[in-house]
Design a binder for this molecule. Structure first.
Ligand SMILES: [Zn+2]
Ligand SMILES: [Zn+2]
Length: 144
């Protein structure tokens, strides 16, 4: 079974806007202690690290206690301390908001109808080509 550390912070759900205690699961550094880390605490196994740790390794994950939907996040570590956690708006979560049939441009076989999973406030979509069954994720094109 995968081990992870946790950090609980008062935060806004990336999916529904609920504000309250959010538990982030952190698959970073040394996860064997299954530690409960607070912001500004030293982070296990990352004593020398400074940087932002994010997808595609999908290292930081949360589920909302209110809407039960999920999102990925980016952890920022400074001199070995966990200093902040931000929503990753460039990685599709697991739990869909809705699934629609739409025109997609399949990377394998070109324009087709496909099944498209949307994630509400996270501007990504997960596409499944209706012709060749290829799956991929892409940013949601937004009108500006
Ligand atoms: Zn929520
Ligand atoms: Zn295809």
């Amino acid at each position: 079974m995968a081990t992870f550390n946790t950090c609980t912070i008062e935060d806004t759900c990336a999916r529904c806007g609920f504000f309250g205690d959010i538990d982030y699961d952190l698959y970073l550094g040394d996860t064997r202690p299954m530690a409960s880390v607070s912001l500004n605490d030293p982070y296990p196994g990352m004593e020398q690290e400074t940087g932002k740790f994010r997808s595609p390794s999908r290292d930081v994950y949360a589920e909302c206690p209110h809407c039960k939907k999920d999102w990925f996040a980016i952890a920022e570590v400074h001199n070995g301390r966990l200093v902040r956690i931000d929503v990753d708006r460039h990685t599709a979560p697991y739990i869909p908001e809705q699934t629609v049939t739409a025109h997609v441009t399949c990377r394998e076989c070109g324009p087709n109808l496909g099944s498209v999973v949307l994630f509400g406030n996270i501007p990504m979509r997960r596409c499944n080509c209706g012709k060749c069954d290829h799956f991929w994720e892409e940013p949601l094109a937004r009108p500006r």
